[in-house]
Design a protein around this ligand. Structure first.
Ligand code: HEC
Ligand code: HEC
Length: 213
């Protein structure tokens, strides 16, 4: 290691320790062992690398997901804005510090996507993703979820998400998301889009996204 890189390493280390210290005051960090026990538990359903899992119901991929989006969803399960009894049980026992640490943990995982769905739908799906469906007033998905479908902040990553999971979510949007009318949330942004897509369009775009790395 030369002097320049040593100095750089020292500077980075001091920035990190200052940041960690500031974090300490806001919310005590979860001990590594406790975090590991919890993420192991999440992976019993969401797949060994959080890549998603096809069981009786499709378990969504969490790997590479945006922390802010994950946090919003865990909060939505807790507050019954997003209805799912399994995830309510999982989420409502999490301490605020654990909830925060969990959401950042998944961001750095990068397993290969499971893919799925008929490859002949790829071209149609890509077109919808990049151009939207003008006749149905559906804007390009890429305008919010990003050109590479990696998402940003409250906009979720869709790349590598399970096609069967997304098909279910887009089909049932009105019945599962934004269920507390007195407390509207980001799900309202997707509502008209999910509503205006046909079954065939949903299948095509979900298939395309499931193969993206
Ligand atoms: C018993 C199985 C099970 C366990 C354990 C579990 N989950 Fe889930 N999780 C699910 C299911 C099923 C869904 C899909 C819910 C739906 O269809 O709306 C889900 C959905 C989610 C979502 C929404 C994903 C998205 O793309 O919107 C998040 C976030 C999540 N789980 C986080 C976690 C975390 C963090 C843990 C560990 C603390 C965990 N889950 C443990 C079954 C589980
Ligand atoms: C105007 C911005 C916008 C556009 C355009 C948009 N989305 Fe979204 N989408 C969002 C937001 C915001 C969320 C998160 C909603 C929440 O937090 O409840 C979301 C959530 C989703 C989800 C749920 C992800 C999960 O893990 O459960 C899917 C699937 C999805 N969008 C697919 C699409 C597709 C396919 C298109 C194009 C046809 C599209 N979106 C266009 C903003 C947008």
């Amino acid at each position: 290691m030369n002097l320049q890189s040593m100095l750089l390493t020292a500077a980075v280390a001091s920035v990190v320790s200052v940041a960690a210290h500031a974090e300490d005051k806001a919310a005590p960090a979860v001990p590594a062992q406790e975090l590991k026990a919890k993420t192991d538990y999440c992976k019993t359903c969401h797949g060994v690398s959080a890549q998603g899992f096809r069981g009786a119901v499709p378990m969504p991929r969490l790997a590479g997901q945006q922390p802010e989006y994950l946090k919003n969803q865990l909060q939505a399960f807790i507050e019954h804005r997003r209805t799912n009894p399994v995830m309510f049980n999982v989420a409502h026992v999490l301490t605020p510090a654990m909830l925060t640490d969990l959401t950042t943990y998944f961001k750095d995982l990068n397993p290969k996507p499971l893919g799925g769905g008929p490859k002949e739908l790829m071209a149609a799906g890509k077109k919808i993703y990049e151009e939207g469906v003008a006749s149905a007033e559906v804007p390009p998905c890429a305008s919010c979820h990003g050109p590479d479908a990696k998402g940003a902040d409250a906009f979720p990553r869709l790349a590598g998400q399970l096609n069967d999971y997304m098909i279910r979510k887009l089909t049932n949007w009105d019945k599962e998301r934004g269920q507390d009318k007195a407390n509207p949330d980001n799900s309202a942004i997707m509502q008209p889009i999910a509503h205006n897509l046909t079954e065939a369009q949903i299948k095509a775009v979900a298939t395309y996204l499931s193969y993206l790395e």
